[in-house]
Design a protein around this ligand. Structure first.
Ligand code: GLU
Length: 394
């Protein structure tokens, strides 16, 4: 008899990864699928980073690393936080992990008790809610829609807080909406949170460099929030290093210490070669990756143009990340080509089956009127994908 734990039985499958797997499977079967499901740069890792990894192999970096990461990497991360984010951390406040996903899981595991409440401004990345559930906490969505550029207000934040609230997730630039919060908007949230000293803030800044407008503002740079904020980042998105699996956090030292203890029992230090390569990535001037950001910017403009030709879709202008998150609710209840679309999940499946384009349903991100499309794909693929979508819908 197969008897899995309640923990795993209650855990939803990651919809981003599930859709990517489905697209891969259909491609293997010979279907001409264009996958706009996974948020993954289509560039190669820059050569100077690859060289550092090769050098690390030749230098015999093959042993276990310290659980929280090599000291010289943590020093490089401190310099990066100072340079890009105006944040002062010392190496004992830094923990390097196997992807920012593990950094987030570490924080949830060390801060949350059963019954604690996590606040998720929606839309939010699919794994936040799943990780909160794994930590036996409950989560509450704070909804927002396209009419406010997917931003919540300080009033909504305050109304959502209860005595059980322990942790809130901020993510700017946002996955899936591309929304970027300004400094003054963040300061208004901080004013609310100042009244509730028992709430911690996880600021996920993984898309900080993929930003087309004002520079990124780090929540922990607000003085009153520094001691309660965990800043999570990583090299996956900005340096085209998704598969290298390196994420990191800057945190109050007692939280960093607890995360190291947690990680020490589960995975130990992150991959040694990838850590050495990350030093090269973070020591390089940000200008080295600007060509990728410029390319994403062009593609965003292209995709907004292409979307504007499709009937019944409303869209905000994403200011960062590499996703568009159109509201497709005007299609709900309609039957097209024999298929009835009742929700975003149906819409996403319709596009997969009829247009051979893989997307992710907004339900997984706490926004049931929307679907997410990643434009981290080539211009040719994007043009073809939106042509197909337009053909099946118009
Ligand atoms: N973060 C990316 C995405 O949202 C990668 C997949 C994942 O880990 O969810 O598509």
């Amino acid at each position: 008899m197969q008897q899995l734990s309640n923990r795993i039985n209650n855990l939803p499958v990651s919809q981003t990864l599930a859709m990517a797997a489905k697209a891969r499977e259909l491609k293997t079967q010979g279907k001409d699928i264009i996958s706009l499901s996974l948020g993954e740069p289509d560039f190669n890792t820059p050569d100077f980073i690859k060289e550092a990894a090769k050098q690390a192999i030749d230098d015999n970096y093959n042993s276990y690393s310290p659980v929280d990461g090599y000291l010289d990497l943590r020093e490089a991360i401190c310099r990066k936080f100072k340079r890009d984010n105006n944040l002062t951390y010392s190496p004992n406040q830094i923990v390097v992990s196997t992807g920012a996903k593990q950094s987030i899981a570490n924080v949830a595991m060390v801060l949350l008790n059963p019954g604690d409440e996590v606040l998720l401004p929606a839309p939010y990345w699919v794994s936040y809610s799943a990780i909160a559930t794994l930590a036996e906490a409950t989560y509450k969505e704070i909804p927002s829609g396209i009419e406010t550029d997917f931003k919540i207000t300080p009033e909504q934040l305050e109304a959502a807080i209860t005595p059980k609230t322990k942790l809130i997730f901020f993510n700017s630039p946002n996955n899936p909406s591309g929304t970027v919060y300004t400094e003054s908007e963040y300061r208004a949230f901080a004013e609310v949170l100042e009244k509730y000293p028992n709430i911690y803030i996880l600021s996920d800044e993984i898309y900080e460099h993929i930003n087309y407008g004002q520079p990124n503002f780090s929540f922990a740079s607000i003085e009153s929030m520094y001691d309660r904020t965990i800043t999570v980042n990583g090299v996956a998105k900005a340096f085209a290093m998704t598969g290298w699996r390196i994420g990191y956090m800057g945190a109050p030292d007692w939280i960093a210490k607890a995360c190291t203890k947690m990680q020490g029992q589960i995975t130990s230090g992150a991959n040694c070669i990838a850590q050495r390569a990350t030093i090269a990535a973070l020591n390089a001037p940000v200008s080295k990756i600007q060509f990728m950001v410029d390319e994403f910017h062009k593609r965003r403009d292209l995709v907004l143009d292409l979307l504007s030709e499709i009937e019944g879709i409303s869209i905000n202008t994403p200011k960062g990340a590499f996703y568009v998150f159109p509201d497709v609710s005007s299609y709900f209840g309609k039957t097209i080509d024999g298929v009835t679309i009742n929700n975003a999940g149906d819409f996403s499946m319709f596009l997969l089956e009829k247009a051979n384009v893989a997307t992710v349903t907004g339900e997984a991100f706490g926004a049931p009127n929307c679907i997410r499309l990643s434009y981290a794909a080539s211009t040719e693929e994007l043009k073809e994908a939106f042509k197909r979508i337009k053909n099946v819908l118009n």
